[in-house]
Design a protein around this ligand. Structure first.
Ligand SMILES: C[S@@+](CC[C@H](N)C(=O)[O-])C[C@H]1O[C@@H](n2cnc3c(N)ncnc32)[C@H](O)[C@@H]1O
Length: 315
């Protein structure tokens, strides 16, 4: 079996997260035109195409070239209605311009890493298997987790763990990492983090937050998301929907603040005597509460438990 065929088989066994909620939030319509910014194994994309056909179209992006191959295989039946591009979603608007693909009816982001990436040997996302400390979503990127772990100054590394992992023990962990580096593999790093905090106790491994922080830093996840949300508004047609599924509080806060800001008439700093921003709302934002997966989905797919979905509608 080729790697793509194996990955495709694995991807079929992973249900896309909050699928029904996602289709309904996007208000997928017959003949509609959609962008899936994180096409991954193609689960959401396939459902969008099925719901919008005949006539529906989808442009799918992913920074990971393996994901694009898997999505290509999974979306084969809709080949003529699909464009797949191996690029970072921060280039969303340029890519849509290149393909004459705007305005669109909906834009979806299902953020973070896929189950395929988590399980793929050699990617470095998981400390359940030994692998080089890589963590890049795409091979066009240069910086790896090993670069951060082994070359950042102590204060810089502690800042990464604190800011992106919300790790309260960032200094403790960083001190130990600096003593032990160079660290080459995921298991070495997980071991050093465990030593730094006095061992592994309870269900959640103490390296979980460190791994999250490194992944976010390597892939500049928050910076790219901020850029891409902005660009998504430029390609959405009137009444089009933007739907974002995020998996940790930093992302969710960023999305919430963006949707709130874009729904306001004024974004001047508090205390200004008069409005000088001349901002006009570009979105109608739904409830200020995020939509969560149902208890049944969390039970069937524990990886969905941290998912939070937010939706905005282009004015
Ligand atoms: C949670 S998975 C998406 C799963 C997909 N919805 C499905 O149904 O199979 C997230 C995907 O987004 C990709 N990704 C994350 N950040 C990206 C970015 N800035 N640009 C492009 N792709 C990105 C990852 O490589 C990964 O394949």
């Amino acid at each position: 079996m080729t790697i793509t065929a194996l990955a495709l088989t694995n991807s079929l066994s992973h249900e896309p997260v909050m699928l029904e909620e996602c289709l309904s939030a996007l208000q997928v319509q017959l003949g509609g035109r959609y962008v899936d910014c994180t096409v991954g194994g193609g689960g959401h994309a396939l459902a969008i195409l099925e719901e919008s056909s005949p006539g529906g179209q989808l442009l799918g992006l992913d920074a990971d070239r393996n994901a694009i191959k898997v999505a290509e295989a999974r979306l084969k039946a809709h080949k003529k209605d699909v464009i797949l591009v191996n690029e970072n979603f921060k280039y969303l608007e340029n890519i849509c311009t290149r393909y004459g693909y705007s305005p669109v009816n909906g834009v979806l982001f299902d953020l973070g890493m896929s189950s395929l990436q988590l399980e793929e040997a050699g990617r470095g996302f998981s400390f359940r298997q030994d692998s080089p400390l890589d963590m890049r979503f795409g091979d066009k990127q240069v910086l790896t987790a090993a670069d951060i772990v082994n070359t950042y100054a102590e204060s810089e590394l502690a800042q990464v763990l604190y800011k992106y992992g919300e790790e309260r023990r960032s200094r403790q962990i960083t001190r130990r990492v600096i003593e032990k580096r160079p660290l080459k593999t995921t298991l070495e790093l997980a071991q050093v983090v465990a030593e730094a905090v006095g061992g592994v106790h309870g269900r959640i491994h103490p390296a979980t937050k460190t791994f999250q922080a490194l992944r976010i830093a390597v892939n500049q996840e928050l910076e790219n998301l901020e850029l891409a949300l902005e660009r998504a508004l430029n390609i959405l047609g009137s009444g089009g929907r933007i739907v974002v599924i995020s998996y940790h509080s930093l992302e969710d806060r960023l999305v919430k603040d963006f949707l709130r800001r874009e729904a306001k008439w004024c974004i001047c700093p508090p205390g200004m005597p008069a409005c000088i921003c001349e901002h006009t709302p570009r979105l109608r934002s739904g409830s200020s509460k995020a939509i969560k997966p149902s208890p049944a989905e969390v039970q069937a797919n524990p990886r969905s438990r941290s998912a939070r979905m937010r939706v905005g509608e282009r004015i």
